[in-house]
Ligand binder design. Sequence first.
Ligand code: FE2
Ligand code: FE2
Length: 494
Amino acid sequence: MIRPSFSFLKLRSKSQLVEWLAGTQVVLLAIALVCFSGWIKIKLGALIREQIIAENQLIAEQMGRVLASVQSAPVEFGDENWGRLQTIVEDAKLPNDGYLCIASSETGKLLCHPKMRTSPGLRNSSVGQIQLEMQDSCKSTLLAAIRDFDKTKIEVVTGLVGAGTRTEIVSAAVLPQINGVLLVHQAEASTQQAVSRILTPLGYVGLVIGLAMIIITTKVGVAIIKRYENELAIINEGLEQTVRDRTRALTKTRDAVIFGLAKLAESRDSDTGEHLERISLFSTELAATVERRAGNSHSPLVDSIGLASSLHDIGKVGVPDRVLLKPGRLEAEERKIIEIHPKVGEDCLNAIEERLGNDGFLSLAKEICAYHHEKWDGSGYPYQLAGSQIPISARIVAVADVYDALRSRRPYKDPMTHEAARQIILQGSGKHFDPDIVDSFLECESAFERISSNYLAANLVSPSVITTPLLVSMASATPSVIQTSVCNVCHATP
Ligand SMILES: [Fe+2]
Ligand SMILES: [Fe+2]
């Protein structure tokens, strides 16, 4: 089913929705007013017209009786009896600009008219020939209509008469005693005036009521929308909290699994279980200092490098035990075998990324894994990258990794002092290490010394990042006597 697209109705805010609602109501009100006022104008006009016609007929009947009582014989223009009739015609006050006339029923000529005294020429007006348009739309001259009186027994006949630019409602009553016809005129325009007199205030009242309704319904609409938004916000907050809780739980699980895997690889050759915990702390501290020096208040690198750095030597799993666990110095061939571990780790994380899809954390872990043995001067391995070709994350972890190896106790050496390790790091600036990273190290070296000293002094086995029984058990299961390690071989031999 094809649904119509009302793209112009895109609502971008609550105020737009309210504007649309109010605007729609205003348009509907305007349409209703136009249609209703037109309809009521027609109906009301017809009603008022009927009333005026009935009123005109009544006036004709009543005035006919009055004139009959005043004069019972034909009159001549200018005589005394004519004068009495003329005075009645002049003094008559009719509604709607109405007036009276008397015409001869024999000749149709005007006998009396309100202006007859000042305009005697009106006597020649042959009103008997005026066309009356009856209510049934028939047309007839006044005299013809009068002559039908006897046949139809109708005492008063009413019709419309065109009088110049205006139309008049004319009711004619026969005055047989004086051989005359009484004509009662009222302007038809009065019908429209009467309609306007009624409709105008009615329109204002309707407009006020309509606007009041729009204001009320808009306010009610706003209140309903607000209530709906509040309830929606509560539901959304609940959903977001659920998502946050689940994401946090998933993240904790993911972090624990990742750290467990790193620990598993590390456990093959490390003589303590704390190298990964320390390198996480060192890398985070150093990354925060690097970012601060670069003017970045907050960086995803600082959030992720701690956990990602724990995977730096996961490729050790690809190094045979005879090489990895060999006591004493390694032969050149054996060193080559060991130097494959960054690629093994990179391939492993690549395989995971292929299954999971693009992931920021995996990318970070992969670059640390692949490049943490590269050196600033290009003499590292496995890719011999130099300078800024080496990702900054790997440059940071390289410093952290070497510092920890130097400061760690090994079966074949005592831990170096912070000052001695610091000196070796400084000597490696611009050769092994990025000079900027070394400068950052110097800014935060007190934190490095504190972290390292705490581990050495207390021989802690339960750092804060070990949170699950699985990891705790893996930490305690680390081989206690292993004579050499990848990191020792690669970095720490002074
Ligand atoms: Fe390594
Ligand atoms: Fe290491």
